[in-house]
Design a protein around this ligand. Structure first.
Ligand code: NAP
Length: 273
């Protein structure tokens, strides 16, 4: 019997999640059927309720429903609680829904496991304070980094996000202009500026020697932030395709109890670009 999963969003036709999960299922020998659902912008809760009432076991949630999914669930992981957004819905045995957010752990695993970035002792800059940045907060603070700075176009949102940090690791928020004279080992772009092929207004000398850049955005051509990194002598300039596959792998693990190998799936998607 096929176990049913799906990704829900609006729009949804561009989603690569069905391809990724089909590859995971084949690799792990798991009998799952993973589909796409075009969510009703006015009845997300109804769509979710119908999917699970018809025997569905898990959903991935994408734009614009991650915050609604957070509000809908009866139980949340800590990282989802802080993120204020849920991208993974899990049907519990007692009929309740649990929400998790696997975006941030996907980011950390891509950097650490796939590319060998060593977080221990590093000073990291997170650009942006929207949903993607919020999802990254707890996994970043648990990565072993020494200090996290969050910079955002609207500085108040960076301050608010920084205040959600646990306290064990120094974390602060600021606007872009406050970055003058600062140096970081890793700069992560979690703004949506790349959608208009631009880079946030950050100083040119932001990177410490041997520094890395990571753009959560990805595409067939290098993103504006990847190009910025290369133009500023970065050691490694990565895009977010690996994060996409790693967040899916964490969802798959939560649902199926088995962690798929991701490298071959990332390579398959790269080759298809
Ligand atoms: P969001 O919630 O709409 O937040 C957008 C963020 O970008 C805010 O911090 C906003 O600042 C900032 N921003 C927007 N336009 C800007 C500009 N022109 N200059 C500087 N800052 C700007 O979006 P999101 O969901 O966090 O997504 C952010 C990015 O992450 C998108 O590119 C998305 O594709 C990517 N993402 C990738 C993955 C993955 O798996 N690879 C997963 C999730 C998201 P204000 O607060 O001032 O408005």
């Amino acid at each position: 019997m096929l176990h049913r999963y799906a990704v829900i969003g609006n729009p949804i036709e561009h989603s690569q999640s069905p391809t990724i999960h089909a590859a995971f299922a084949q690799q792990c020998g798991e009998a799952i059927d993973y589909g796409r659902i075009l969510g009703d912008r006015h009845d997300f809760a109804g769509d979710v309720q119908r999917f699970f009432a018809q025997g569905g076991l898990g959903l991935n949630v994408t734009l614009p429903f991650k915050e609604q999914a957070w509000a809908l669930v009866e139980e949340r992981s800590e990282r989802a609680e802080v993120a204020g957004a849920v991208n993974t819905l899990i049907a519990l045995a007692d009929g309740r829904l649990r929400g998790d957010n696997t975006d941030g752990i996907g980011l950390v695993r891509d950097l650490a496991d796939n590319h060998g970035f060593v977080f221990a002792g590093t000073r990291v800059l997170l650009l942006g304070a929207g949903g993607a940045a919020r999802g990254a907060l707890v996994p970043l603070l648990e990565s072993g980094l020494r200090e996290l700075v969050i910079a955002n176009r609207t500085p108040e949102r960076a301050h608010t996000l920084a205040a959600l940090g646990s306290g064990a690791v120094p974390v602060s928020g600021c606007g872009f202009e406050a970055l003058a004279g600062e140096r970081f080992d890793l700069v992560i772009n979690a703004t949506s500026s790349g959608l208009s092929d631009t880079v946030p207004p950050i100083p040119a000398d932001l990177l410490a020697p041997g520094g890395w850049t990571y753009d959560m955005l990805y595409g067939a051509a290098p993103t504006a932030f990847c190009r910025w990194g290369r133009a500023h002598g970065v050691a490694h300039s990565l895009d977010g395709l690996g994060m996409l596959v790693e967040q899916a792998a964490e969802s798959f693990r939560l649902w199926r109890g088995v962690r798929p190998r991701t490298a071959e799936v990332i390579a398959m998607l790269r080759a298809a670009d």
